[in-house]
Structures are given as C-alpha cells and as structure tokens.
Design a protein around this ligand. Structure first.
Ligand code: IMP
Ligand code: MG
Length: 201
C-alpha cells in the first residue's frame, strides 16, 4: 500500500514549490510522494534498459495524462527512443469512466515492425488501454508492451499484461503527476486525492 502523508493545514507547505502551494488547499492527502515515484521510476527504467538492450524503442504517450511519466521514464532508461503521442477520450471532465473510447489524435509515425512501449498514467477500468492495444496490434508492430504508473486493481474490468508497473492504488480518484481533475493538478510532483469541496465547486 502507498504511504499516506497528510498535507493538512500549513504543515509542509513552506518547504514546497509555489505551484504546489497554490493547489495545497485542495489536496486531501498524498498517496504517493514525489520521492516514492522517482525511486520507482529508477527501477522501471533499469528494467526497460535490460529488456531492450541493444534495441531502440518507440514510446507512445497517451495524452494528456502520460506526458509527465513519459518525460521522466524516458530519462530513466538508457536506450535510444523515439516519441509519439495519441489522444483518446474516455472521461470528459467527470470522474467516472464512460467505456467509450474515441481517437482524438492519432500517431504521426508508422509503427509497423517497431518495438513499441505504450506510456499510460493510470489504468482504471482498463477499457482505454485494451482498446488501444487492439488498435495498435492491427498496425503490426514488432512488439507492443505497456508501461503504466498506476493501476486500480479493484475496479479494473479488463485484464491487461502490464510489463512495467509503478503502483497499485485503491479505487479512489487521484490527481497529480500528469493526472487531472478538470484539467488542473497535472503539474503536482506527487499523486494525491482531492478534498470534497473541489468536486462541489
Ligand atoms: P480506463 O479506461 O477506465 O482505464 O481509464 C483510463 C483513463 O481515465 C486514464 O488514462 C485517465 O486519463 C483517466 N483516469 C482514470 N482514473 C483516474 C483518476 O483517478 N484520476 C484522473 N484520471 C483518471
Ligand atoms: Mg490517460
């Protein structure tokens, strides 16, 4: 289980960067700290480097949430990498999955015959990724694996083989490290939950 660090009141605020202070009144608790994320990324990066030794990778980031993980994991591995992005819609601005996946932005690059690593912030129901996997397999890449920072095993509806995985979290809505609520909180360095008042506004 991730450690639970309460931000409460003005405790640690003074030592945090200004952008975190701006969000601080909205954060209920920190589920995974910046340090926990960063040390996990070192492990994941080493694992990827071992697995793809001597090869090059095409990283596919699932916008928008994956941009933070993509930047960090790409620098935690020491193999040549190219980058592309896809945007899909599954959520709108609410906090529950719709099950409907639509491609809003497709890849620029041809993935046929390439080693592909999909970078995803979080697997909730798993519907988004299972759709993406099916779609990308049809384009005949040489290999296709998943790297996801977070999973919510208790609410996952579709089984997925996630080769590189950060943390399993409880089925609560989280923000930070790329994850948003109404497009905000993505630039928090940690993963946390929001106070109820935020959802009422
Ligand atoms: P899934 O299709 O249910 O697996 O949903 C995956 C997508 O929903 C993720 O890529 C996120 O964009 C979004 N999502 C799922 N859970 C959360 C959350 O707790 N906070 C913010 N976004 C989430
Ligand atoms: Mg996402």
């Amino acid at each position: 289980m991730p450690t639970e660090v309460r931000t409460g009141g003005h405790g640690a605020v003074g030592t945090l960067p200004a952008y975190v202070q701006a969000y601080e009144p909205d954060i209920e608790k920190i589920l995974i700290s910046e340090q926990e994320i960063q040390s996990k990324l070192v492990e994941m990066g080493e694992q990827i480097t071992r697995d793809y030794d001597g090869q090059s990778l095409l990283l596919i980031g699932v916008l928008k949430g994956a941009f933070v993980l993509m930047a960090d994991i790409a620098r935690a591995m020491s193999i040549p990498a190219e980058f592309d992005f896809m945007a899909v819609s599954s959520y709108g601005s609410s906090t529950k999955t719709s099950g409907i996946v639509r491609i809003l932005k497709d890849l620029d690059l041809d993935i046929r015959g390439r080693d592909i690593l999909i970078i995803e912030d979080i697997v909730d129901s798993g519907l988004t990724l299972s759709y993406l996997l099916r779609n990308l397999r049809g384009r005949e890449p040489k290999s296709l694996e998943i790297c996801a920072l977070l999973t919510k095993p208790e609410v996952q509806e579709v089984e997925l083989d996630i080769a590189y995985h950060g943390f399993a979290i409880p089925p609560t809505f989280v923000v930070g490290y790329g994850l948003d609520y109404r497009q905000r909180y993505r630039n928090l360095s940690y993963v946390g939950t929001l106070k109820p008042h935020v959802y009422q506004e």
